[in-house]
Design a protein around this ligand. Structure first.
Ligand code: MCA
Ligand code: AMP
Length: 504
């Protein structure tokens, strides 16, 4: 039996000396060299008794080796489970306990702190540093680069990606080989990727955007990537002249526009700029076109669905819209209460269906039933309308969610944590417009009667327990939270009240 994803993305490049990764130190890693490492790692996984279907949890910095580990998991049939590098040990404990991986690969500097978490989950712990160094790579080097691919069916799970939940508990989205492959095929065609493309890759590789949208698309089309460890403005400006395409979150584009060195000349040879993960302001789209002549192509997706819609490559790229459904993807707008489809032009919750839609949430059959319907439609929780020409506009969110610099933050998770701190009776967490991140986090705290809250203590506790991107950048103390007659906290009122905290 074949291995659907490996055979499509990786196997065609075996033995090819064509460039795959252009590294920041000037090194070029060919497809063949990359796949030799993948073969060694795949043998190393076997030696660790990682069987097809086993999870491999990965909390490491971006590197060529980290990407090879993803490919090795695909080759071995293991389920790749990447974790945001910002997560603290307290956050990681949940993911490891919930997913019960066979192997947990972490940064060497955190191995000691995470040993107990791995031991509790009875999984093997290995290390991989920023340059790939560590015990896992050492082990891989002991093996031959030649290995067989594990037979995997298109419906087998290739990856488990956690997305935060409105209840505060993260949910693991199970993505099949076909979810990933069908989406890569759709995107290569929609964005006309070829083997001449050089993608400027400055995104993290622990989320759908940097891992699947960017990498799988380039792998399928046979092109290469300038593989930067993160979005560093100077490094991106220096790399741009060598790239043909770039993918980013809106913060990438606003940071470029804020720098006078980013000129039309610097972008003149580029074929395509793509944006997603968060709303791109229409004004950013307009400014970008004025500066460079390029109309940023905005697309829309989710961890659970990969990409759903995209503005056209050749047709009109409409600012403020996320374009048209990708081939094979159906979208409809439904009444949030009844689930009945609404007439064209009305605002409701967006539902999507297609080969891109995930298989369900790991160990959460009830959550899966709530959001993934028997007829295959997934309820995104995004509020949208579809215009007369079929373009989808995301106009808001039915879910209580903040998107900061492309990272999703669920207020409930932060509120549950803040409520445990000394002196805090209750809390409300909201997003307020932020010039760099699009939105950022504001926490409104109510002290226990007769007590005071030590703000410095709150900040320290947050730092110790929550990833930095979730940290409230403003903390306000109030006597009471605004509530409606049903007793529900009026977040809309708070959002209006604190709308300007990050401005000016
Ligand atoms: C880092 N920090 C942040 C963020 N990133 N705070 C708020 N929002 C953020 N996005 C905090 C760090 O914790 C640290 O906090 C401080 O900022 C500096 O960290 P640093 O790493 O230097 O930050 P940066 O380089 O300025 O990073 C900003 C960034 C990065 C470049 C926008 O967040 C980024 O690459 N975002 C891309 C996210 C992404 O790939 N999303 C795709 C999700 P402290 O000072 O307290 O220590 S996939 C998805 O959404 C779907 C499927 C889709 O459609 O794509
Ligand atoms: P995630 O859970 O990290 O996969 O994030 C998915 C969410 O990001 C979607 O449900 C949307 O709310 C948001 N999103 C992604 N792309 C866009 C976009 N182009 N415009 C507006 N929101 C977006």
């Amino acid at each position: 039996m074949a291995n659907t994803l490996y055979d499509a993305l990786f196997a065609p490049h075996e033995g090819k000396t064509t460039p795959f990764l252009h590294m920041p130190d000037g090194a070029v890693i060919s497809h063949a060299a990359f796949l030799e490492t993948v073969g060694r790692m795949s043998n190393a996984l076997k030696s660790l008794n990682v069987d097809p279907g086993d999870r491999v949890a990965v909390h490491v910095e971006k590197s060529a080796q980290a990407l090879a580990l993803y490919a090795a998991c695909v080759k071995s049939g293991a389920v790749f489970l990447p974790l945001n590098t910002g997560y603290t040990p307290a956050e990681l404990a949940y993911f490891v306990d919930d997913s019960k991986p066979a192997l947990f690969v972490c940064d060497p500097v955190e191995a000691e702190a995470l040993a107990a978490i791995a031991a509790d989950a009875e999984c093997t712990l290995h290390t991989m540093g920023s340059y790939g160094e560590g015990s896992f790579f050492d082990l891989a080097l002991e093996f031959s680069p030649v290995s067989d691919s594990a037979p995997r069916d298109a419906e087998d799970i290739a990856a488990l990606l956690y997305t935060s939940g409105t209840t505060g508990r993260s949910k693991g989205a199970m993505l099949t080989q076909n979810n990933l492959l069908s989406n890569a095929e759709a995107l290569v065609a929609a964005w006309q990727f070829t083997d001449s493309d050089i993608l400027l890759h400055a995104l993290p590789i622990f989320h759908t955007h940097g891992l699947f949208v960017a990498t799988n698309t380039v792998l399928l089309s046979g092109g290469s990537m300038i593989f930067l460890p993160k979005f560093d403005l100077d490094a991106v400006l220096a790399a741009l002249p060598k790239a043909t395409t770039m993918m980013g979150v809106p913060t990438f584009y606003t940071r470029l526009l804020d720098d006078a060195r980013f000129t039309g000349d610097l972008a003149s040879h580029m074929r395509l700029f793509i944006s997603g993960s968060a709303p791109l302001l229409a004004e950013t789209h307009v400014q970008f076109e004025q500066r460079t002549g390029h109309r940023i192509l905005e697309r829309y997706g989710m961890t659970e669905t990969n990409m759903n819609t995209s503005n056209p490559y050749d047709g009109e790229r409409r600012a403020g819209t996320v374009g048209l459904p990708l081939p094979g993807v159906a979208v409809k707008v439904c009444d949030p209460e009844t689930g009945v489809q609404l007439p064209q032009g009305e605002i409701g919750v967006l539902w999507v269906r297609g080969p891109n839609v995930f298989k369900g949430y790991w160990n959460m059959p009830e959550k899966t039933r709530e959001e993934l319907r028997d007829d295959g439609f997934f309820i995104t929780g995004d509020l949208a309308l579809i215009d007369g020409d079929g373009y989808v506009q995301i106009v808001g969110r039915g879910k209580d969610l903040i998107i900061s610099g492309g990272y999703n933050i669920y207020p409930k998770e932060i509120e549950l944590f803040l409520d445990t701190l000394p002196g805090v009776r209750e809390s409300a967490v909201i997003g307020a417009p932020h010039p760099d991140f699009g939105e950022s986090v504001v926490a409104v705290l109510v002290p226990e009667t007769g007590q005071s809250i030590d703000i410095a203590g709150v900040e320290a506790a947050v730092r110790a327990n929550l990833a930095g991107f979730k940290r409230p950048r403003v903390i306000e103390l109030v006597d009471a939270l605004p509530r409606n007659t049903m007793g529900k906290v009026q977040k809309a009122q708070l959002r209006t009240q604190y709308a300007d905290v990050f401005q000016g």
